[in-house]
Design a protein around this ligand. Structure first.
Ligand code: BGN
Length: 254
């Protein structure tokens, strides 16, 4: 699934579309990639991410679109549910076949680390400066993960039940294993990445129910996820560098 027919491409302004869509000019990319970024109140990080990552994606000859999914109301943040919304909405926009779910604060440092999907779900944030470029534990699956459409449907997406910080990525890891897939990782020498520092966001306090949910992934993954996702779109706007989807996803009380 590499883009061998796309190595001699070149970008020009003609190959740029509003909504943060880029595509190579002289070749046809084999994968159509949607980058999904969960978001709330991180304007500075978003600007930095876009500044570094658009040229990065273009040098990699990506046929891609960037989707920033913003949670509106004051309720506790739900990163995983925003990812599911991004997947669903981006799929209506274009026939994407690869989805890269990324935090807004991780900047890849090496262009050999391809924003592409693989034979198995891929954990791309396996070499972060904040963890001294090592995996803090073997099943870490946070930060940036890449799924083909089929792989993501097979696990029924993320759980919708993780309100607050932590655990939703561990639960997704268990879904991948329960679905008979394994996690791939790039060579840590080329996947070195920088994390933009910030204090814990208000409204994203550490979740308390996660351990229980993480261990039940295999049991509940087919009823909690994409097929049980409920949300209301507040706005869907194509900006120059990204498509912004503002969404009401409810709260943990509902
Ligand atoms: C773990 C978090 C992950 C996070 C990593 C790295 C939990 C679940 C505890 C039962 N897991 O501790 O979500 O990606 O740290 O920061 O909080």
């Amino acid at each position: 699934m590499d883009d061998t027919d796309c190595t001699h491409g070149r970008f020009s302004p003609d190959n740029w579309q509003f909504g943060g869509r880029g595509m190579p000019q002289l070749c046809k990319a084999l994968q159509k990639i949607a980058l999904i970024i969960p978001y709330r109140n991180r304007d500075k990080h978003l600007k930095t991410w876009l500044h570094y990552m658009h040229p990065f994606l273009q040098k990699q000859q990506g046929d891609y679109g960037i989707y920033v999914v913003e949670q509106v109301e004051d309720s506790t943040f739900n990163r995983a549910k925003l990812m599911n919304v991004g997947f669903t909405e981006a799929s209506k926009d274009y026939h994407y076949d690869c989805f890269i779910f990324s935090d807004v604060d991780i900047i890849l440092m090496d262009e050999r680390n391809l924003y592409r999907c693989s034979q198995n779900p891929k954990h791309m944030a396996n070499s972060l400066d904040k963890f001294n470029f090592r995996l803090p534990y073997q099943t870490l699956f946070g930060g940036i993960v890449a799924f083909t459409k089929e792989q993501f449907l097979k696990v029924n997406g993320f759980s919708n039940l993780f309100w607050g910080w932590g655990g939703e990525d561990d639960e997704l890891y268990n879904r991948v294993v329960a679905a008979g897939m394994k996690v791939e990782r790039p060579n840590p020498n080329i996947s070195r990445s920088r994390v933009l520092t910030h204090p814990r966001d208000p409204g994203n306090e550490e979740t308390r129910m996660s351990l229980h949910l993480i261990n039940k992934a295999a049991q509940f993954m087919h009823e909690d996820g994409l097929n049980s996702l409920k949300y209301e779109i507040v706005s869907h706007t194509k900006h120059k560098l990204f498509t912004k989807i503002t969404v009401n996803i409810g709260s943990s009380q509902q």
